[in-house]
Design a protein around this ligand. Structure first.
Ligand SMILES: [Zn+2]
Length: 312
C-alpha cells in the first residue's frame, strides 16, 4: 500500500471558459473523478476525488517558476521567499542543501520507507549534464541526496520506469530513442511499482512545454502543426490516460496524488506561466490528509505522512 505522486509541470486551476483549454480537454478519467473538467468549479464538488486549489505564488511577487516551485513541492519549504524571488528551471544553489535534507525522499528513506523515482534517465541525460547543457532538477538533486536510485534505459525496457513524456512519442518526434508505451500502460507500470514501494514519484514536463507552445507539431510522420489548445489537449490527454491506467491497477489501499508547480496550460491568452492556483487531485484512502492544504509548500509534509500512515 503506497502513495503514487504524479508531478505535472505547468498546470493551473482556473475557471472554465474559452481561454482555458482544460475546459473541453479529452480527459475522460479526470472528468469521471470530478464530474467535470479540471477547472476550479470542480474543487470540492466530487466524492470520488479530492480537488483543491493550491497557492503556487508562495506570497512572492512575479510569475511562479519551476526551480523554486519544485523545490517547495519536494522539500516543503517556501523556496521563493527564501530565495527572494521565483527561479525558473533549476533550484537556487543556496537552497540545494535544504532541498536534500528536507526532501520527501530523504525523510522517507531515513524512516526506513521504500521510495522509487519512476522516471528513466538515459545515457543522453547524463551526457547533457556532463556537457553542462543541463543542470540537475530539484527531483534529481533530492533523489541523489537520499540515495534513491535513478532509473535507466534498462529499467525502461523491462517495464519498471517511464520516459518523462509518458509515451515516448515526444522524444521520438524530436529524434530521440524511446520505446512506445501507451499512456494507460504507463499508468499501470506506476501502479505496479506502487505495490512494491511506500512512495513512487513520477514527473512530466509535457504539460508545461505545451503551455509554452513548444509541442508545435504532431508526433506523427506528417508533423502537422498544432495550435496551443491542441498541444495542451495532447499533453493532458496523455496525463489522463496515465491516470486511468494507474487507477485501474492501483490497490484499494493506495493513494494517487497529482499536483503542479505553477499555472500555464490553463490560459491560452499567454504562453507564459500564470499566478493561478494549481490543482491538488487526490484519490484514495489518504485523501482526507490532504483536505486542509492551501499551498504547494504543504504538499511534502502530507506526502511523507501519508506514505507512512497508510502503509505497513
Ligand atoms: Zn515553464
Amino acid at each position: 500500500m503506497g502513495v503514487l505522486f504524479l508531478f505535472v509541470d505547468g498546470v493551473g486551476l482556473a475557471p472554465a471558459g474559452h481561454d482555458n483549454p482544460l475546459s473541453d480537454a479529452p480527459t475522460p478519467a479526470i472528468n469521471a473523478l470530478l464530474n467535470g473538467a479540471l477547472t476550479i468549479e470542480r474543487a470540492g464538488a466530487s466524492t470520488r476525488a479530492l480537488l483543491r486549489p493550491l497557492d503556487a505564488t508562495m506570497g512572492v511577487a512575479g510569475m511562479p517558476q519551476s526551480g523554486t516551485g519544485q523545490t517547495a513541492l519536494l522539500a516543503g519549504i517556501n523556496a521563493a521567499a527564501l530565495h527572494g524571488r521565483h527561479q525558473p528551471h533549476f533550484p537556487p544553489v543556496a537552497l540545494r542543501s535544504m532541498l536534500i535534507e528536507r526532501s520527501i525522499f530523504r525523510r522517507l528513506t531515513a524512516a526506513g520507507r521504500r521510495v522509487a523515482f519512476a522516471n528513466a534517465f538515459g545515457v543522453r541525460y547524463w551526457e547533457a549534464l556532463a556537457a553542462r547543457k543541463l543542470r540537475r532538477s530539484a527531483s534529481v538533486i533530492a533523489a541523489e541526496g537520499a540515495g534513491v536510485r535513478l532509473r535507466s534505459d534498462h529499467d525502461l525496457r523491462i517495464g519498471s520506469a517511464l520516459t518523462w513524456d509518458i509515451t515516448g512519442e515526444t522524444i521520438r518526434a524530436s529524434g530521440g530513442d524511446a520505446p512506445a508505451i501507451a499512456a494507460h500502460i504507463a499508468g499501470e507500470r506506476l501502479a505496479r511499482l506502487t505495490a512494491r514501494y511506500d512512495l513512487v514519484f513520477f514527473e512530466t514536463f509535457l504539460t508545461d512545454l505545451a503551455g509554452h507552445g513548444r509541442l508545435a507539431h504532431r508526433a506523427t510522420p506528417d508533423r502537422s502543426p498544432l495550435s496551443i489548445a491542441e498541444q495542451v489537449h495532447m499533453a493532458i490527454e496523455r496525463v489522463d490516460g496515465m491516470i486511468r491506467g494507474a487507477l485501474d491497477a492501483l490497490h484499494p489501499g493506495d493513494t494517487l496524488v497529482l499536483t503542479s508547480d505553477h499555472g500555464n496550460v490553463e490560459s491560452l491568452s499567454s504562453l507564459a506561466h500564470t499566478r493561478n492556483p494549481v490543482p491538488l487531485l487526490v484519490v484514495g484512502p489518504a485523501a482526507s490528509r490532504f483536505a486542509p492544504l492551501v499551498s504547494i509548500v504543504e504538499v511534502a509534509d502530507a506526502i511523507v505522512a501519508a506514505a507512512q500512515e497508510y502503509t505497513a
